[in-house]
Design a protein around this ligand. Sequence first.
Ligand SMILES: NC(=O)c1ccc[n+]([C@@H]2O[C@H](COP(=O)([O-])OP(=O)(O)OC[C@H]3O[C@@H](n4cnc5c(N)ncnc54)[C@H](O)[C@@H]3O)[C@@H](O)[C@H]2O)c1
Ligand SMILES: [Fe+2]
Length: 369
Amino acid sequence: MWTFHLPTKIHFGRGISKTLPEYPELSGQRITIVTEKSVAKLDAVRTVIDSLNHVAIFDKVQPNPTVENVDTLSELLRNKQAEIIVAVGGGSVLDCAKASSFLATTSNPSIRSYHSEGKILTGGRIPVITVPTTAGTGSEVTPIAVLDDEEKQVKSPLSSPLFYPVSAVIDPDLTISVPIRVTAATALDALSHALEGFWSKNHQPICDTLAKESARIILTHLGKLYENLDNPVLREHLAYAALLAGIAFQMPKNAIIHACSFPLSKHFHLPHGEACAFTMEAAIRLNTPFMEGRMEEFAFAAGFNSVAEIINTITVLKRRAGLPCTLREASIDIDSIDLLVKESFHPLLNNNPKTITKTDLYRIYDELT
Ligand SMILES: NC(=O)c1ccc[n+]([C@@H]2O[C@H](COP(=O)([O-])OP(=O)(O)OC[C@H]3O[C@@H](n4cnc5c(N)ncnc54)[C@H](O)[C@@H]3O)[C@@H](O)[C@H]2O)c1
Ligand SMILES: [Fe+2]
């Protein structure tokens, strides 16, 4: 038995962001644009922003958006009586916009009550149109916002059907300016979504199919993209694969790779995609024997003869882009393994095909010494 649900309308294609002003949902609405300072300076993004008749622009989203970012944006949305949000940026921007779109409709001053304090999200939201400028998180279609509470030292996802964007406008041309290291990290984040959506205990056939296809596309094209970063066709492949991976995990949800990524980002400042890529090979090795041949099926569908081959390819892709492959390369002291193990016990582990013990986590981090 399974259910599939995705209420977000998807618009995809090179140059499609130029058609945004014609979208009926924007017509006559009080538009607020959410972005990030450095992204807003990019010519392609500037064109999108300038094409929209907006009442406000919020460009203060930090990478790994914080509870404070969400609270400040929500106040602006209330003050400006925003009727629709257009979020243009990477996953950080999209997540901040999605969480704020809900908070702004409440009288609550802080998303913290829902994020770390567990209050149930009920009520409304301001509709959000997502326009991703990275090819990785899939946040353009997921009901998830990952937030960092610096005060409480909690970085974790907050999930609600209220966070589904009304529309996602995916223009691969907006990702052409992404530098190699971010290109690699975001693509491997997408690969981790494909893997985790596929091996989650809640996996289901539609998501499985999309996960395998996403992995095939990423592993076929990412290496070529490293050598030709401004190739629009390769960018298009990666944007499509990231979208598929987003759809593939948004219902089954993530598992061990993402559980481990949170302390790696929180304490050692690894960008999200690098943190996911960091434990990927070890996580595949750990889960494969508990997947009853499904990991082999994933590897074959992605174009490999064995699981070992897919693991090797991932390592090569990480190395070529300069991503850390060992604790030392990630500037993590070996004495920090205890902390990493302790903080990797996140509820997402409940989705993992292998029941995770302390010993398993030590094994993963020991492999990285
Ligand atoms: N909501 C979800 O479903 C979901 C899934 C995975 C990850 N996330 C979260 O998303 C965040 C990461 O998002 P991300 O990986 O897209 O990174 P990001 O949004 O933090 O951006 C990474 C860097 O790339 C730059 N950048 C963005 N677009 C660019 C462009 N077109 N050209 C040049 N530079 C550009 C940004 O300025 C930033 O420096 C994390 O907080 C992560 O936890 C969310
Ligand atoms: Fe992720």
